[in-house]
Design a protein around this ligand. Structure first.
Ligand SMILES: [Zn+2]
Length: 673
């Protein structure tokens, strides 16, 4: 008898029970107005996908797009996007094969056909079911899982994407088991299927426990080799003989690692193994230690590539890291260590995610850099294996996976990242303006979370209840907060402990009001080459040189698409852009650093999206222009250890939120006053 699943400690609210407000709603509206809402009207790989009877790509791209636009459509109640989503879901359901398979069916003809894309489609279906209650979805999923079971008996998951990304499939199966919530033949079958998939899948626990990808080097043929147990990256090339060397492959792939961090914790629900549940923390610390970036992400362009702030991080890995955290947080539950995961969720979401789009979200990058002094097609890329146009802003820089997969970032943050339930009541995870409507013990509860956080330190909650009810509300108190307090109505404020959850349990009545204050200070952190970053709360700050945006023509994929398909109705905003600095970016910060933090209330009030024209907050710091810092591979060379001021003149410069910049310096060398 297969053991049942351990329950998650938090339950996510259903899609639609939390809806965005304030600046967050503006951000999602911007996303809808941009590529996300229109990709299916002109981009062949979505518009003409094999998934909906077309002739273009029939693999991961269509399910990726659906997985992001389903929550987007319903969170902002966009009629036009909901209609699209329903049309496509109907098509896929209506064309489910008699044997249960969804979408293009190739595994019969191609024994090596990779079943990965259907794992994404299940995530999309689950979200659609939660918001619509569509009665066709559950039987369709069960039929599909029975077919998948037959296929992997015959073909196995192989050595491909499905084998590496198996945990996304198990997450979907576990969702279905939770939904069915009884022990019967179907749930026993699903548990056995999940176990089979896990056994055929890549062992991520072993991957992070004995992390191999510590040193890497490009060899003369531009291939990447990794070596374990060697002291310096240089040695790894010179002394290969007798050492363990591994070429880059799916195991060092950045997106796979972003997805892989969640695998053992997800699996722990079925194994009941506490050590597996905690494996997320080992995974994160290995990636931080050897490839960590200031944004809370790690480098990978397209493979793990160290801590230099000029290396790239792929957009797919940003949204997948967020989703990994969102799936793991409910399993870890109300423990202090979970606070670190939610702190990171905010950090990635408020910095790495917005930075890698142009403000109107009509263009995105493949790779973003923490020190990104220009975004241009280069001659010889710094990246491990990514191409010359990886950091330009456009429709499809380098490769189209991010064009298809980027949509899930913001919507899933609202859906899974903000609120959850536990056995005693509600849990507030990440903070952002929103409204929740749900039931506790059949009592209707509505909470308005009113805040401009992360651009302010105060979050107000007002409760609207159909009648008074006793339940608990738990609030995450970030590790970085200084003297946080919480106040109910006009009562005396209570001091909270940073790095833990604070529990308020009482009989709540209609009209109750809670005020949470989580003040922050500007913090310094030393990073690569002893360079310094400045952060405050969950925001990271960057110097944004005056920038010039220039439209690409010669190498532009959007221009080529237009030229080669004159009948396509491509929106005029679909363009590819390079961004150049128009003044010097080579600054060292003056130590000791005195940073003046300024809130720009008008920009907060009129927030439309993350952009550099109207930043909601800024820092003023002292800096000196330096001469010994230049370009290398058309990117900023590592921040110099011994910066030389060219005049010694101390200037005041402005730093703005990382997420507001298109080009930037974030990791600075420093000069003593
Ligand atoms: Zn991608």
């Amino acid at each position: 008898m297969t053991r049942p699943l351990n329950p998650t400690l938090f339950t996510s609210l259903k899609l639609g029970e939390v809806i965005p407000a304030g600046w967050l709603k503006n951000q999602l509206e911007t996303q809808k107005e941009g590529l996300s809402g229109h990709l299916d009207e002109f981009w062949p790989d979505i518009m003409d996908s094999e998934w909906i009877g077309g002739k273009a790509e029939g693999w991961e791209r269509f399910p990726y797009w659906l997985d992001g636009v389903i929550p987007l459509a319903f969170l902002i109640e966009s009629k036009f996007l909901i209609e699209k989503v329903e049309r496509y879901i109907n098509y896929i359901l209506d064309h489910q094969h008699n044997d249960g398979w969804f979408g293009p069916s190739k595994w019969g003809k191609e024994p090596n056909y990779d079943v990965w894309p259907n794992m994404i489609l299940c995530k999309a279906f689950i979200q659609f079911f939660e918001v619509s209650g569509d009665k066709r979805i559950i039987p369709a999923l069960i039929a599909y899982y029975r077919k998948l079971n037959d296929i992997i008996d015959e073909y196995t998951l192989g050595n491909n994407w499905a084998q590496i990304r198996w945990m996304d499939c198990v997450w979907g199966i576990h969702w279905l088991i939770d939904y069915l919530s009884e022990n019967n033949e179907i749930t026993a079958f699903l548990l056995a299927l999940a176990e089979k998939i896990r056994n055929q899948g890549y062992n991520w626990k072993e991957h992070f426990d004995n992390f191999f990808y510590i040193h890497f080097k490009k060899d003369p043929y531009a291939e990447i080799i990794y070596s374990n147990g060697i002291l310096t990256p240089e040695d790894s090339y010179n002394e290969q003989s007798g050492k363990i060397i591994r070429k880059y492959d799916l195991r060092s792939h950045v997106v796979n690692n972003s997805m892989g961090i969640k695998s053992s914790t997800i699996w722990s629900r079925q194994s009941g193994n506490e050590e597996e549940s905690n494996a997320i923390f080992t995974a994160i610390s290995m990636l931080d230690n050897y490839h960590g970036q200031a944004t809370g992400m790690f480098s990978g362009d397209e493979h793990l590539t160290g801590k230099n702030p000029s290396q790239g991080t792929e957009l797919c890995s940003v949204v997948e890291y967020l989703f990994s955290l969102e799936t793991v947080i409910p399993i870890i539950g109300c423990k202090p260590k979970c606070v670190s995961l939610i702190d990171r969720l905010e950090k990635i979401c408020f910095n790495a995610l917005p930075a890698t789009f142009l403000p109107d979200m009509w263009a995105h990058q493949y790779d973003q850099q923490v020190n990104q002094v220009q975004a241009k097609r280069v001659r010889k890329p710094i990246y491990t294996t990514n191409g010359k146009d990886s950091n330009i802003y456009g429709l499809e820089p380098n490769f189209g996976c991010c064009t298809a997969n980027m949509h899930q970032g913001w919507p899933k943050f609202v859906e899974y990242g903000l609120w959850a339930k536990d056995r005693e009541g509600l849990v507030c995870l990440a903070y952002a303006p929103c409204k929740i409507s749900t039931n506790i013990s059949d009592i209707r509860i509505e909470i308005h979370e009113i805040t401009s956080y992360p651009f302010s330190d105060t979050i107000d909650f007002s409760l609207h209840l159909s009648k008074s009810i006793n339940f608990s509300m738990k609030f995450r108190i970030p590790e970085w907060s200084i003297k946080p307090t919480i106040q109910i109505n006009q009562e005396q404020p209570i001091t909270c402990e940073p790095g833990d959850f604070f529990n308020l349990s009482r009989i709540w009545k209609d009209g109750d009001h809670i005020k949470l204050k989580i003040p922050a200070e500007v913090e310094e952190e030393r990073r690569y080459n002893d360079a310094l970053i400045l952060k405050r709360g969950s925001l990271l700050f960057s110097y944004n040189p005056r920038e010039e945006k220039s439209e690409m023509s010669r190498w532009s994929k959007s221009a080529a698409l237009r030229k080669n398909n004159p009948s396509l109705k491509i929106p005029p905003k679909v363009r590819d852009w390079e961004v150049y600095p128009r003044n010097q970016w080579q600054y060292a910060l003056v130590e000791p650093v005195t940073a003046k933090f300024i809130t720009l209330d008008e920009n907060i009030k009129n927030f439309h999206n993350f952009n550099n024209k109207f930043p909601p907050v800024k820092l003023i710091v002292e800096a000196i222009k330096i001469e010994n810092w230049d370009l290398q591979f058309d990117a900023a060379s590592p921040p110099p250890l011994h910066p030389k001021g060219n005049t010694g003149l101390v200037e005041e410069i402005e730093l703005i939120p990382y997420g507001c910049t298109n080009i930037r310096i974030t990791e600075f060398p420093t000069i003593k006053r």
